[in-house]
Design a protein around this ligand. Sequence first.
Ligand code: SF4
Length: 303
Amino acid sequence: MAELAAEIANLKAWKKAVILAHNYQLPDVQDLADFVGDSLGLSVQASKTDARVIIFCGVDFMAETAAVLNPGKIVIHPAPEAMCPMSMMIDAANVRELRQQHPGAPVVSYVNTSAEVKAESDICCTSSNAVKVVQSLPDREAIFLPDRNLGMYVQRFVRDKVLYLWPGYCPTHQQIKKEDLLQLKKDHPRAISIVHPECTPDVIDVADKAFSTEGLVGFIRSSGEREFIIGTEGGLIHRLKKISPDKTYYEIPSAVCPTMKKITPALILKSLQTLEPRVTIEKGIMDRARGPIERMVNMGRGD
Ligand code: SF4
């Protein structure tokens, strides 16, 4: 691994590349990255990098977002088959139909959507700033897609607006069950339980806190508590152990996103050697998707 890491570091410098990795990536991939973070953090990094090449270690929509924000750069997704099932639950035609059903209602798209869906949207959001984005809209109603659970979570804080939700969901967070969380709370009574807003409402109801992954990292870093139940994809625990090694983390064994585990150090090396596979998006879609993404980035964090 040390040899591979050294080769990757050399190639990265030679090709003027940066490696961005999501919090749910394999530990070895996170350790090779220049920046590890959530969707918003990675979008911000992608928008301000001066690297010539971006190696994006995440799922398809994240690499697409980096490409939309960097039309002049080479964006590489080392495992193009790493596709987010939630983002595949809606397409551009569905968004156009929603607009017809709710004329005048702005479309807020979770960043977990394809570039085509983003191109049909008014503004994007991440789980970190979804509440802030919806609150910022002057309208009394909005279409929120594709994550129904996140939409219901936002609705808890935005009582003066009607949200029209799409029945999409994250299979990984959907399978975190209230009973699993209650059992962990019983086994570790001193632990603070924190879940992701992609979890179902009954899970959020029994948790102590709900945060985006970056919000969760920030909370734990500054907390005086010692034990935490992590109600999101288990990959985050690798980062937490590096940031706050003196604390104890209890994971939910079923919370694994298989598509997030497809990128390996060997694939990163191959990508740097070949500068393939590149993310390509039709120019018209890129240009229309950029505004909604930039509005999301400019909104900043909300948790
Ligand atoms: S954790 Fe859920 S939302 Fe994130 S990439 Fe996996 S399936 Fe998609």
